[in-house]
Design a protein around this ligand. Structure first.
Ligand code: SF4
Length: 441
């Protein structure tokens, strides 16, 4: 969009959002500021949200001098009143290329809660975000998840399975926590979630289901407090398999710990399901810390695994995941185990502009994919405070060579043309994402 003139966006002290033509907008990566003129920009997608960032002042560029300017006062207020940076939170399917640009009022600024913070800008009546679209699947699109239909589905499923504790769990997920996968289960649509594990063997800095009490931000979900029986799991999965022509059921959800720690029940449940049907995909979203457990699940009938990681480099993986009793070598071994079982392996590649698109990380990713035969990369936004992330990784003040997120994605796409790129787990009956996405970035 070369001819458009973009303007900075800020919030006043009440949270009202304004555009400000006096400054050109900036994006941030690894604490550095960038012009957004040549960045990939998309009109703010439906279902996006705008966040006002407390304790953080917006930063832009002076259109005359090109110098960085911190907007430390509300330019539209007659009194000297503060103003705040604004970030865009985008729906699944879009990968951020730049974070919102801001300067913290103090080093001890309140931590940002567990969301992703995209650079937001304005032009001619519309908001834009620095992002690329990597997936067109409408799986989580609010348009298809009407609350009334979800509630109807909840009532029907509860009547069918009044004693199934997983149904009660998913009811809360769908109606209180707004989980799109849980809503889809009650709508008999695409991918159904199966949370199973109340415990984990990692302590991710940005774990959304459990944070230590002394942390200065909360987890965004409550972790499941029980381990369901294999029969409860199979009942729910088989119900979904009868409702959806091309179904997926997925272990490993945002409201649980690590599913391979519940291998005993999941293995039995998969065998119960596979006794009844060979249709559909059975997937596990995992930290992939336990290759042997994963092997058992594939032997039972698992078809897909999605391996979550923020980095394919051990030190940065370990600083973020804080693994307990396993190491990054086990993650790599899990990928190999899955491939030996003819399983489909996705990476849930938790991306942060400035880290994921650094030359070093990109080189390491090409090597990792080439060495393991990963089938798909899901370029998902990491929900974490963008300044604090670099501090946690020991990279504060680092000035990495940056390729640009769109180029980092393109690079692996070109290096491995048969590999899929996207955002969602594959489902039966869809064409390969590598073809579907050819012209998206
Ligand atoms: S692996 Fe998942 S459940 Fe475990 S700490 Fe990390 S985010 Fe939380």
């Amino acid at each position: 969009m070369p001819s458009k003139r973009f303007e900075l966006v800020f919030a006043d002290k009440t949270g009202k959002v304004f555009n400000f033509p006096g400054l050109r907008p900036a994006g941030m990566k690894a604490g550095m500021l960038f012009e957004l003129e040549d960045a990939p920009l998309v009109r703010l997608p439906d279902s996006s949200e705008l966040f006002m960032l407390p304790d953080r002042m917006p930063v832009g560029f002076d259109p005359e001098t090109g110098k960085q300017v911190t907007l430390d006062m509300d330019p539209y207020s007659k009194q000297a009143e503060p103003c705040f940076a604004v970030a865009a939170f985008v729906p699944p399917g879009y990968t951020l290329t730049h974070n919102a640009a801001y300067r913290q009022l103090a080093d001890d600024a309140r931590a940002l809660p567990l969301f992703a913070y995209g650079a937001c800008l304005y032009s001619e009546g519309h908001f834009y975000v620095a992002a690329v679209r990597v997936d067109h699947d409408v799986r989580h699109d609010d348009k298809y998840l009407a609350p009334r239909s979800v509630l109807k589905g909840v009532a029907e499923v509860k009547k069918l399975f009044p004693k199934n504790r997983l149904v009660t769990q998913l009811e809360t997920c769908a109606t209180v926590n707004g989980c799109a996968n849980a809503k889809n289960f009650f709508l008999g649509r695409i991918e159904a979630p199966v949370p199973t594990s109340p415990v984990c063997n990692a302590q991710c800095q940005g774990c959304i289901s459990l944070q230590p009490e002394n942390r200065d931000f909360p987890s965004t979900q409550k972790r499941i407090s029980f381990k369901p029986d294999p029969e409860e799991i199979a009942e729910l999965a088989l119900h979904h398999f009868t409702n959806e022509k091309n179904p997926v059921v997925s272990f490993g959800q945002g409201c649980e710990g690590e599913p391979t720690l519940a291998v005993d029940v999941i293995e039995k449940a998969i065998r119960l399901i596979r006794k009844q049907t060979s249709k559909g995909f059975i997937n596990v979203n995992s930290n992939a810390s336990r290759p042997q457990a994963l092997g058992r699940l594939f032997d039972a009938g698992l078809t897909h695994v999605r391996v979550s990681l923020n980095s394919v480099r051990d030190p940065y993986y370990s600083r973020y995941y804080q693994p307990k009793g396993y190491s990054f070598a086990d993650v790599t071994e899990s990928v190999r185990t899955a491939k030996r079982h003819q399983g489909f392996v996705s990476l849930n590649y938790l991306s942060m502009p400035g880290f994921t698109d650094s030359r070093e990380e990109s080189d390491a990713l090409v090597q990792f994919v080439g060495g393991t035969g990963v089938d798909m990369i899901q370029w998902r936004n990491l929900n974490y405070d963008p300044i604090r992330y670099f501090r946690e990784l020991g990279l504060e003040g680092a000035r990495p060579e940056l390729l640009g997120m769109e180029n980092a994605i393109d690079r692996v796409r070109k290096a491995f043309p048969a590999m899929r790129c996207g955002y969602f787990n594959p489902r039966p009956g869809t064409r390969p994402a590598s073809q579907a996405n050819k012209n998206l970035v």
